[in-house]
Design a binder for this molecule. Structure first.
Ligand code: NGQ
Ligand code: ZN
Length: 439
């Protein structure tokens, strides 16, 4: 049993004042009471907001972040400019020397950095399964277990999403040499999931899902087989996929099957709220409405999408359609939920020439609205009882402190954290009732 007292807490019903938070020994909230007395509860010096789920991470890429910012040899040459695809080659090159110890060490550092900035859960979209060259490790689940251990050491909640990867491009094009560390066939993938399942039994801080990497890497029948392998263990567990991130992916998909990637996905899979469509940048109006209507979560990674030159997700229209969103730090060029949300809103301002584009309605705080949306969507995408300060959910929360000392309105504090962060600080990050950050 643990008790905290805070001047403000952001709940699904809005801000509560003088709030007593109570959690059981397992780290689940049992009570959230407004206008309470502090008693012997631990006093929190700031506004409590839900911990942010980080729904998309490739942990190893943290070691590459900021180290792929030099122009390549073809810079300026026609057709030779640096792009997502040349970055991907640099990323594959880095992978050649990465071993399980390295994976665990990088992930542990990364997850601690996330906790310091207010992320309390991560969705690890994990595809480096095998040794360089492609031989499986003695334990085929070796690298997956290393990521679970990193999360445990750091103290962050994790949804592990082992990736199904088989092809090098649409239509079953063979995978390249440098993709051999990623590959499975359907039987090997089912065995991986079975080997991992016991790691998740009785663990409120973990969930097992899957991630067919993309429609480039998993043909429709393989995607269906991967989902069936997961269903055999847990028919409600999350399914994530990269989709329509780059124009070339849309073009190649059209050239192969005459349909755009999101169209193809909806034609060949039962997309619903268990799904997270990562990026979904390049959408027709119909595709955008299909995602919004399905209940699937659009997994947006604004700083990575900017860094890789992906394009801009049509967030304004999508929210108008009623779509669900969450955020991810993906390649980890930025580890800060507030900054992801700033890019998300400011990107829309730059293309529309308007302000408060993603606000919920007249008078609404942009920051509070976005924070609540990505906590809700992130919780759905990670398949765990997180993302809101309410009884029955995990005691995952963040304390925002105002170093200026004039916080009368906690919504202003959240807006400042997101849009003008000087003076606003993550004073504490609590995961499952235990303080895990800042270090
Ligand atoms: C990834 N990352 O799997 O790490 C991808 C690049 C690909 C992003 N899409 C590789 N941001 O999509 O083929
Ligand atoms: Zn990704």
């Amino acid at each position: 049993m643990k008790r905290w007292f805070a001047p403000w807490a952001l709940t699904p019903d809005g801000w509560l004042r003088d709030v007593l938070l109570e959690a059981d020994a397992d780290g689940t909230l049992t009570g959230v009471t407004a206008d309470a007395a502090a008693g012997d509860a631990e006093r929190l010096d700031g506004a409590v907001v839900p911990g942010v789920p980080n729904l998309h991470s490739h942990a190893f890429q943290f070691a590459l972040a900021g180290r792929a910012e030099r122009a390549g040899p073809d810079h300026g040459a026609p057709g030779g400019d640096d792009s997502f695809w040349t970055w991907r080659e640099a990323m594959y090159g880095f992978l050649a020397a990465l071993d399980p110890d390295g994976i665990e060490a990088i992930a542990t550092r990364l997850y601690r950095a996330m906790l310091a900035r207010g992320y309390t859960a991560v969705g690890e979209f994990h595809y480096v399964h095998h040794a360089p060259g492609g031989q499986p490790y003695a334990d085929p689940a070796e690298t997956s277990r290393r990521l679970l251990r990193a999360a445990e050491t750091a103290g962050i909640g994790i949804t592990l999403l082992p990736v199904y990867y088989e092809d090098g491009g649409f239509g079953g094009a063979p995978a390249g040499e440098r993709q051999r560390r990623f590959l499975h066939d359907p039987d090997g993938f089912a065995r991986l999931l079975q080997a991992l399942a016991p790691e998740f039994a009785g663990r409120a801080d973990r969930r097992l899902g899957i991630a067919p990497h993309s429609l480039r890497a998993a043909r429709p029948d393989r995607l269906q087989a991967a989902v069936a392998a997961l269903d055999a263990l847990d028919p409600t567990a999350p399914v994530h996929i990269h989709v329509a991130e780059q124009p070339k992916e849309v073009e190649d998909c059209l050239a192969w099957c005459g349909r755009r990637p999101v169209e193809l996905l909806f034609d060949t899979a039962a997309v619903d709220r268990r799904w997270c469509l990562v990026h979904a940048t390049h959408l027709s109006d119909g595709e955008r409405r299909a995602i919004a209507g399905s209940g699937a979560v659009a997994g947006l990674c604004p700083t990575t999408e900017a860094n890789l030159g992906d394009g801009l997700f049509p967030a304004g229209a999508y929210l108008d359609d009623g779509g669900a969103i969450g955020i991810g730090s993906d390649s980890h060029v930025c580890i800060d939920p507030a900054e992801e949300l700033r890019w998300l809103e400011n990107g829309q301002r730059l293309v529309t020439g308007r302000r408060t584009v993603l606000a919920d309605g007249p008078g609404a705080s942009v920051g509070v609205g976005l924070l609540q949306r990505v906590c809700r969507g992130g919780a759905t995408a990670l398949g765990r009882a997180i993302g809101a300060i309410e009884a029955g959910r995990r005691a995952d929360f963040v304390v925002l402190a105002d170093d200026g000392g004039d916080a009368q309105d906690p919504s202003v504090l959240v807006d400042r954290w997101i849009f003008a962060p000087a003076g606003v600080r993550v004073a504490a990050t609590v995961v499952g009732g235990r303080t895990r950050g800042p270090a």
